[in-house]
Design a protein around this ligand. Sequence first.
Ligand code: JB2
Length: 215
Amino acid sequence: MKEIVLVGFGGHAKSVIDSIEGMKTYKIAGYVDCADVPDYKGYTRIGSDADLEKLYAHGIRDAVLTIGFMGRSKRRNQLYEYMKKIGYRFPVIVDRSAIIASDAVIQEGTYIGKRAVVNADAKIGRMCIINTGAIIEHECVVGDFSHVAVGANLCGQCVVGENTFIGAGATVIQQRQIGNEAIVGAGCTIKRNIGNQCVCKGTDDALTSVQMEES
Ligand code: JB2
């Protein structure tokens, strides 16, 4: 089995570990983290970000960015660029319980969590997180580095930009567009288009209660 290194070893890494173990394609070599974090399931620290070149030279070619995010975070983008220059591959990690349509397209480094659904003709960009139980309906497009959190729903033909966060349990109704670097709060119902870098808050009907503010 090919060896893979995990970058970031917090809560999200634990979810990803279970999915990788279920795939039976990769052997987890260990993790790198910028903090002193406890080992988990027998996986141990094999260095820091400064050691990534050395680990590549020692034969580890595959990596997964297991630093999650719940809003804006540039660190995933920076690490991706840095590690691509070294030569790392970022495989798609799909939990064995996820349901992926045969013609869905999922680009490198994206994680699809437990019981997530990616339906027909959907396109998911690079380095996204489609987390536990999220539903990406037919013909949706999700831009690079975006995160659709647990239980969120994108109804058919929605378009989500890059570096955007769709919070837990949020619903975006069909054919709506969410811009780049936007944040949709947990539980929001989005019934209109949302611009770049907008933050949506509110728990009821988006047409009346969602407040929009430029970040
Ligand atoms: O630059 C970094 C870096 N920055 C943070 N390099 C490396 N190698 N590691 C980094 N980290 C590490 O990522 C932190 O030291 C920490 O160990 C880990 C982040 O763990 P945390 O448990 O704080 O969050 P998470 O990213 O695993 O999970 C968030 O995102 C998930 C998608 C959480 O908010 C979860 O609730 C969410 N499901």
